[in-house]
Write a protein that binds this ligand. Sequence first.
Ligand SMILES: NC(=O)c1ccc[n+]([C@@H]2O[C@H](COP(=O)([O-])OP(=O)(O)OC[C@H]3O[C@@H](n4cnc5c(N)ncnc54)[C@H](O)[C@@H]3O)[C@@H](O)[C@H]2O)c1
Length: 384
Amino acid sequence: MTVRVTVQGSTNEAPSYDVVVGRHLLGELPGLLGDGVRRVLVMHPASLQATGEAVREDLVAQGYEAFAVELPDAEEQKTAQVAAFCWQVLGQADFTRSDAIVSVGGGATTDLAGFVAATWLRGIKVVHVPTTLLAMVDAAVGGKTGINTAEGKNLVGAFHPPAGVLCDLAALETLDRWDLVAGMAEVVKTGFIADPRILELVEEHADELREWKGSDASPETWTVLTELIERSVRVKARVVGEDLTEQGLREILNYGHTLGHAIELTERYQLRHGAAVAVGMVFAAELARLGGKLDDAVVDRHRSILDSLGLPTTYRGDRWDKLLAAMQRDKKTRGTLLRFVVLDDVAKPTRLEGPDPTLLAAAYAEISKEPPAGRPGVTVQLGL
Ligand SMILES: NC(=O)c1ccc[n+]([C@@H]2O[C@H](COP(=O)([O-])OP(=O)(O)OC[C@H]3O[C@@H](n4cnc5c(N)ncnc54)[C@H](O)[C@@H]3O)[C@@H](O)[C@H]2O)c1
C-alpha cells in the first residue's frame, strides 16, 4: 500500500509537497517533479550505482533528458569541491531554472543534492529518493540542506524544501544492520517527543529490528518498519510544516541532539549520529528527572528501549569538560543560552534554557560509564 503524507508549505518559495511511502514508486517521480521539467540530474553515491542508474533509465523512459553524477560515499560527498563539480555538470548540460535534481542515497546525499539544488540559479527543484532509514524519517523531509567545511559539519547550507520525497522501502533491503539501528534512534526520538505508539511498536519488535536482516526480514518486521516510518514521517511533516526555519516548534526535533552533537564532535564523527543521539536522549531525560519534571519510569523507558535496539545509553565519564565546552561553542553559533529539549512526559516536549551547571554535571554523572562514588540518589531542584 502506498501512503502519501503532505508537508504543508507556507509561501510560494516553500510550497506544499508530498512524501510518498511504499514500494516500487518510480512511477510517482513525474508527478512529484511537476510540469515543465525537461532535464533531470540524478545524484547518487558510487555505492548505489545500480539504483541511481535504474532511476535515470526510468526517467529517460518517461521522456526526460536524464543525466547521472556519481558521488563519493557518505560524508566525503558533503564538500564544497563536490558541490562545485555538480555545478559544473549542471552548467555543461545547460540546466535551466525549470530543470531538476533527483537525489538517490542516504542523508549525506540528500543534504548535498538539496544544497546544489538550492544554489543552482538561486534554486531549482529537487526530489529526494532516500535510501537509508535515517534519510527517510529525517534528512529528506524538512528542507534543511548543507555541506561540511574543515571547521565543522553542516556549517554551509540553505533551507530548500524538496518538491517531493519518495520513500521506497525496497531500498532498505540492502541496508546494513548498523545503519538501520542508527536510523532507529531518530524513530525512537520521534516517539518520545510526539507519538507513544512508536515506542510501543519498538518495544514489541526490538529484537527483529536490532537484528535487521534486510531482504530476509519477515513480512511482520516489514509491516512494523513501514508503520514506524509512516508515523515518523507524519510527525516530521507536521512539525516542519508549521515551522520550516526552526523559529519555534521545529526545535523539538533536536531532542537528544545538544549533547549528541557534542559527542559526535569529540569523537571526530567516527561514532554514528544515531548512537550519539541515543546517549543525548538519556542525558536529556536525566536532566528533566533531576529537575523534578520527569518520572523515573519514563527515564527507565529511554534506557530499556535504546538498550533493546543495541544503542548506547552511557558515555565516558572523563569527557564531561570537553563535551560541555563543545556544547557551549555550539551555543555561541546560535547566539543564545545553552538550551535543551526536555520532556515533561512522553509526547510533552518543552525547552530548558540555561540550566545550572550543577544540574548538567549531575545528569552527566547518571549516564557516565565510570560514575563517581555516591552517584545514586542525586536530586537537584533547580526549577526547570
Ligand atoms: N537535513 C537534515 O535535516 C538532516 C537530518 C539528519 C541527518 N542529516 C545528515 O544525514 C547524514 C547521515 O545520513 P545517513 O545516516 O543516511 O548516512 P549516509 O548518507 O552517509 O549513508 C550511510 C551509508 O549507507 C550507504 N547506503 C545508503 N543507502 C543504502 C542502501 N539502501 N543500502 C546499502 N547501503 C546504503 C551509503 O552509501 C553510506 O555508506 C549526515 O550527513 C547528517 O548531517 C541531515
